[in-house]
Ligand binder design. Structure first.
Ligand code: ADP
Length: 402
């Protein structure tokens, strides 16, 4: 089946067309400046990128434009739209409504609408993306795959915040987590590598611009570092992660920040950028550390110390550890951060193979970076959220035909 994977943002829409017989990516691209003017960049293996400027008043126009390119004899890879058997949408927040991927129905759209409060910008964009697909390809079934779904298995004591329970209920305040599709993919790969799902205690470290760590026991999440929003947990590129909540009110009072300004501050001005005063990008920080910049070193030291603490905490929560996985931009590529985060974990049975760790970057395969005698294997597993979305869409839509 050919599945179109869609990741709709407020003014952009990324897509990938998969053939699920072998999970080959036939084409991918990005529609940008939706609602402004409209720009499409289309990529196909072995071909030059194709760029198109065409009016995209809304997401429907963007979907029509990308379908036009997909079916065009010069730049496309399918002969007509009906070859697309399903659309899979990446959805950032499914609240407590969705614990697995679902087929789009009017009830599902209604429930997704209730998630607007939890992720206003993303949910609005996703709804426009779904509407756009419905308008442009009315007969093609659509499936939603949620970033929060994999985390819905957490026990109540892991997802409940210690504030008055009535407020948690009133505003649906709880730990939801994020990056669930990535944690699901890499933990699934890790179970495959271990040869079992039952009896596994895996810690998955998704370290990118946004970062989160999950404890996955027997294939189910029991805890994760992101919370009510993706601001919780680790120090990130520009997000502060978990800080003493009293710092929030202190800064608001002393700097005269409104709630909106404080939100912007915590999301955009903190983390690696805030501490280093230099950059949110780990590549820049790596160069600065090598050149002797102390604040860049401190920014990275905070992150590696936090990763180490989560590994310790989640090993305690699972009563043991069978494997650690690193993934996403930093996890797949920053050898120094993996090394520092795994240092001093010998009490847990973790021992990296320094040379393998050092040369493991920009890999497309899974690589074991721990030494032969490490009791706990440590792997770099490149994440592939789009593949999970395509596979879920294929599975759900195929089951309709049975
Ligand atoms: P996002 O959360 O936006 O998807 P990514 O997973 O792409 O983020 O991760 C971005 C981070 O990964 C940045 O800090 C970047 O410096 C780092 N990164 C990406 N590629 C490399 C690389 N080749 N070497 C070192 N760091 C990298």
């Amino acid at each position: 089946m050919k599945v179109l994977v869609v990741n709709a943002g407020s003014s952009s829409l990324k897509y990938q067309l998969f053939d699920t017989s072998d999970y080959e990516v036939l084409a991918k691209g990005n529609c940008e400046r939706i609602g402004i003017d409209g720009r499409l960049t289309h990529k196909m293996p072995g071909r030059d990128d194709f760029k198109l400027e065409t009016p995209m008043l809304d997401h429907t126009a963007a979907i029509k434009a990308l379908i036009g390119v997909l079916v065009s004899p010069e730049h496309g890879c399918i002969s007509n739209m009906s070859e697309i058997g399903a659309v899979g949408h990446r959805i950032v927040h499914g609240g407590a409504y969705f614990s697995e991927s679902v087929l789009v129905t009017p009830e599902v759209i209604e429930k997704l609408g209730h998630c607007r409060d939890l992720a206003p910008l993303h949910t609005g964009a996703h709804l426009m993306g779904i509407e756009g697909c419905t308008a442009a390809m009315p007969d093609t079934p659509q499936v939603l795959v949620f970033d929060t779904a994999f985390h819905q298995t957490m026990p109540d004591y892991a997802y409940t915040y210690p504030i008055p329970y009535e407020l948690c209920e009133k505003y649906s305040i709880r730990r939801y987590g994020a990056h669930g599709t990535s944690h699901r993919y890499v933990s699934g790969e890790m179970c495959r590598l271990l040869g079992r799902t039952g009896g596994t205690k895996i810690i998955t470290c998704h370290l990118g611009n946004g970062s989160s760590i999950s404890a996955v026991k027997d294939g189910r999440v029991i805890d994760t570092s992101m919370g009510f929003t993706p601001l919780d947990g680790l120090e990130m590129g520009t997000r502060c992660g978990s800080i003493d909540p009293a710092i929030v009110t202190f800064i608001m009072e002393h700097e005269g920040y409104s709630p909106a300004r404080m939100n912007e501050f915590m999301n955009k001005e903190c983390g690696l950028l805030g501490v280093s005063g230099l950059s949110s990008d780990c590549r820049d920080l790596g160069e600065a550390v090598a050149a002797g910049n102390d604040r860049a070193r401190l920014a990275e030291d905070i992150l590696t110390y936090q990763i180490k603490k989560y590994i310790g905490a989640y090993s305690a929560a699972m009563n043991g550890l069978d494997a650690i996985v690193f993934t996403a931009g930093i996890g797949e590529n920053r050898t120094e951060i993996r090394k520092a985060a795994c240092e001093g974990l010998d009490y847990l049975g973790v021992k990296l193979a320094p040379e393998i760790n050092e040369r493991t970057k920009l890999q497309s395969e899974n690589v074991r970076i721990s030494s032969e005698d490490s009791r706990v294997p440590v792997w770099v597993i490149p994440t592939n959220e789009e593949l999970v979305i395509a596979a879920d869409a294929e599975r759900i839509v195929s089951s309709l035909r049975k």
